[in-house]
Design a protein around this ligand. Structure first.
Ligand SMILES: Nc1ncnc2c1ncn2[C@@H]1O[C@H](COP(=O)(O)OP(=O)(O)OP(=O)(O)O)[C@@H](O)[C@H]1O
Ligand SMILES: [Mg+2]
Length: 261
């Protein structure tokens, strides 16, 4: 089998916060058009690893490659320019803005430049927001609705639409189904499938094994700052559950160092 170059690759990433070793040398590869599930107990380092990939944290050690080329991410804007977007665990939406305003937050379309002051082309932004919402089949009555009026599932959808606004290659979602109703969870999972169908490569963090099983091609389990499992998602959900729970609780570890005495 010919292995293609991963869209992104993280090699031996280490990150400490004072005395906390949040990442102890984690490697990960995301293939083109792959959905990668990331699981693990609280404080395993999942969000930290993804914040490194989205440019929010600079790693202490390790390398990131994009399509085989080394990149030194300096900040989230840099990652965004390269096509890497992250939907954060807390969503970070502006409640007092409408859907369009949130989709374009921080990157307004400039219509005219008057004395170097950019005027947002609001009609164009609204059309574009409408197009994105439609493309992802998101169920929101109007892009003019204030985000504070939306349900949890709709808010998640807006945050995801924002992450896809500029045809991102890699979309990272941190716990997109946490705190949602069953119906809303299904919609978010449909969104993940839709993004994949449109060619995106996706990393999804979740505590919900069923969600990872439903949409992921591959699973990585992290525990205490390390990767302990990296496997294709196959078999029945019961087999899948059995194969990953042991890793989450620390009973198994595929990458444990063999200590030679
Ligand atoms: N900005 C920070 N400052 C200090 N410590 C941090 C910071 N961010 C994360 N940590 C620590 O790093 C470790 C990993 O945290 P992280 O948020 O990556 O875990 P997680 O796997 O995403 O957990 P959860 O499932 O609870 O979201 C934890 O011990 C956490 O307290
Ligand atoms: Mg987290």
């Amino acid at each position: 089998m010919v292995e293609s170059t991963p869209v992104v690759e993280m090699c031996n990433i280490k990150k400490n916060f004072a005395a906390v070793q949040a990442l102890k040398g984690v490697s990960l590869a995301l293939q083109h058009n792959e959905v990668l599930g990331l699981m693990g107990d609280n404080a395993a380092g999942k969000s930290t690893l993804m914040k490194v990939l989205s440019g929010a944290y600079i790693p202490d050690e390790g390398e990131i490659l994009m399509e085989g080329n080394k990149i030194n991410l300096t900040d989230p804007l840099h990652a965004r320019r390269l096509g890497i977007e992250m939907v954060y665990q807390d969503l970070a939406l502006a409640d007092n803005l409408d859907v369009t305003g949130n989709v374009f937050l921080g990157r307004e379309v400039v219509g005219k430049q008057i004395a170097s002051v950019g005027i947002m082309d609001s009609r164009k932004m609204e059309q574009e927001a409408q197009r994105l919402v439609g493309r992802l089949k998101i169920d929101i009555p109007s892009v003019r609705l204030l985000v504070e009026r939306l349900s949890g599932g709709q808010r998640q959808a807006v945050a995801i639409a924002r992450a896809t606004a500029f045809n991102s290659k890699v979309i990272i979602m941190d716990e997109p189904t946490a705190a949602l109703s069953v119906a809303a969870i299904e919609k978010v999972l449909d969104l993940v499938r839709e993004l994949k169908a449109q060619g995106a490569s996706i990393i999804i963090i979740s505590h919900r094994l069923e969600d990872i099983y439903a949409v992921s091609d591959r699973l990585i389990v992290m525990r205490q700052g390390r990767k302990v499992r990296d496997t294709p998602v196959t078999g029945t959900i019961d087999e899948f559950r059995e194969s990953c729970v042991a890793y989450m609780i620390g009973a198994r570890d595929d990458f444990a160092k063999v200590v030679v005495e």
